[in-house]
Design a protein around this ligand. Structure first.
Ligand SMILES: Cc1cc2nc3c(=O)[nH]c(=O)nc-3n(C[C@H](O)[C@H](O)[C@H](O)COP(=O)(O)OP(=O)(O)OC[C@H]3O[C@@H](n4cnc5c(N)ncnc54)[C@H](O)[C@@H]3O)c2cc1C
Ligand SMILES: *[C@@H]1O[C@H](CO)[C@@H](O)[C@H](O)[C@H]1NC(C)=O
Ligand SMILES: *[C@@H]1O[C@H](CO)[C@@H](O)[C@H](O)[C@H]1NC(C)=O
Length: 430
């Protein structure tokens, strides 16, 4: 690992802060936090349980508010690597269909974003690999499962499954929805709950789609994006990488109780049953899916945690461990990245002597924004699932995927820099 500020990471060399940061989890949240902490001059160690990178998942979205973060890494090189893996809808836009008739009620054009704030939609595994390799080459990622977390007023740390204890000034627990750190932080067990919905999701090559004259249109002229909106369900279908990869997700009600596992192999027959009254094009697309590529993914959700910060403020929950998002927000991974930027800035501003204050300031700066963004996942889902088609006929724009400027135009780094002093002042007054 680089121990001086000369390694660029897209920033001019900053002085080192001497703050040691342990990051648990190498998902987008943990990787982002580690890269940003390194950029801000802290000494970072990442720990991840997986023996190797898992190519799991299907489509994942990053808004321009994430693109702005990626763009600062390696002088734009990370963005250049992510671009060809990501969907290009500049020509096609997003066709929104009525679920039963199949008619296109509106074509939502794709907004142009600046070079400095691109957006990305691509295969989670492929995009993750780009970021994972970048972090690993710069920082190293030791493979280890964390069994417990600890802290006192002077330090915090982790105990590896091997029994080894590692301590630091602060631990960032980016260990996902099944976080082990959550109990240490909250003082009680808080298990994720079913959101009442599950998503069938699939990713597969275009071979059978191309062979059928009725579905070839989605693969022959570059990338496409179509959505069918119906009562309590929606079906989103995209083609990516110049139409060569196909991907769909079907969100549907599911009260299945989730315990340890929340991802199961899916059955095509169940999917077809669910959409039997829908536009036949949906079934046609589903029929092209190899069954082994189908996943039934239970959507985990929870009420907002009262806090993301441990009692001594040396352990911080970040990303999904603090706030799982619904896919209809398209902001889960993006908000995890924003978290990482903010904590890295706060730690630098506070310095080694004030780590707990910085951790608390981070929460104050982030909490309301994360909550508000999380809620858009519920409101978009409800808007789609309870569509009043008579109203849509009068004004088709109301069914478009909402694009809120307050989410997309946000520069987390700038915001954290601006807010830090005021927030710290507020903290000392309580
Ligand atoms: C396998 C997988 C597939 C996914 N697929 C999609 C998808 O297709 N589309 C989508 O929108 N979102 C998907 N997600 C969720 C999405 O990646 C996250 O919402 C988002 O990236 C925020 O990530 P995070 O870093 O907070 O959490 P996560 O991405 O869940 O990362 C948490 C990491 O912590 C590690 N970890 C957990 N416990 C320990 C421990 N005790 N010791 C060491 N390491 C530990 C895990 O191995 C994992 O790598 C997926 C997540 C996972 C894990
Ligand atoms: C924390 O550090 C202070 C000063 O070095 C010391 O007096 C105190 O005992 C330490 N606390 C713990 C729990 O080790
Ligand atoms: C995209 O695919 C089409 C055929 O489906 C092909 O003609 C075209 O050259 C491809 N474009 C690129 C950039 O690969």
């Amino acid at each position: 690992m680089a121990t001086n500020g000369s390694k660029t990471n897209g920033t001019t060399s900053r002085s080192r802060t001497g703050i040691k940061v342990i990051v648990v989890g190498a998902g987008f949240g943990g990787l982002g936090a580690a890269i940003e902490c390194h950029r801000q001059g802290h000494n970072v160690e990442i720990y991840e349980a997986f023996p190797e990178l898992k190519q799991l998942g299907d489509i994942i979205s990053f808004g321009p508010n994430a693109g702005r973060i990626f763009y600062r890494w390696a002088d734009g090189e990370i963005v250049r690597r992510m671009r060809p893996l990501s969907i290009d809808l500049t020509k096609y836009g997003f066709n929104i269909h009525k679920y039963d008739t199949g008619e296109i009620v509106i074509n939502q054009p794709t907004p142009k974003y600046s070079v400095e704030a691109p957006n990305f939609n691509g295969h989670r595994g492929e995009l993750h690999e780009v970021v994972f390799n970048y972090a690993r080459d710069d920082l190293g990622i030791p493979r280890n499962r964390i069994s417990t977390y600890f802290e006192d007023e002077n330090e915090s740390g982790i105990v590896l499954e091997t029994g080894t204890k590692v301590s630091a000034d602060v631990v960032i627990a980016a260990d996902g929805v099944r976080s082990k750190a959550r109990k240490t932080v909250l003082g009680y067990e808080d298990k994720p709950k079913s959101s009442g919905y599950a998503v069938w999701r699939a990713w597969f090559p275009n071979k059978d789609m191309i062979a059928d004259p009725l579905t070839a249109q989605f693969c022959e002229n570059g990338d496409t994006f179509n959505g069918w909106i119906g009562p309590d369900m929606h079906f989103l279908f995209s083609t990516i990488k110049n139409g060569s990869d196909c991907c769909w997700v079907l969100t549907h009600p599911d009260e299945h109780d989730i315990d340890e596992s929340w991802s199961f192999p899916g059955k095509l027959s169940e999917v077809k049953e669910a959409i039997k009254d829908w536009d036949p094009m949906c079934t046609r697309i589903v029929s092209k899916t190899p069954e082994e590529m189908l996943v039934d993914w239970k959507l985990v959700y929870r009420d907002p945690l009262p806090t993301w910060v441990s009692p001594k403020a040396r352990i911080l929950l970040l990303g999904d461990s603090a706030h799982p998002f619904l896919p209809t927000s398209a902001q889960g991974a993006t908000q995890a990245l924003e978290d990482g930027v903010c904590i890295a800035v706060c730690l630098r501003r506070g310095g080694k002597e004030n780590v707990p204050t910085s951790v608390r300031a981070h929460e104050k700066i982030r909490y309301e924004r994360v909550r508000a963004t999380q809620k858009t996942g519920e409101s978009t889902r409800d808007m789609w699932h309870k569509t009043d088609w008579a109203k849509v006929k009068e004004n088709p724009e109301i069914i478009q995927f909402p694009r809120q400027d307050w989410i997309f135009d946000f520069d987390t780094e700038k915001n954290a820099e601006e807010m830090y002093d005021g927030v710290v002042e507020g903290l000392s007054e309580v």
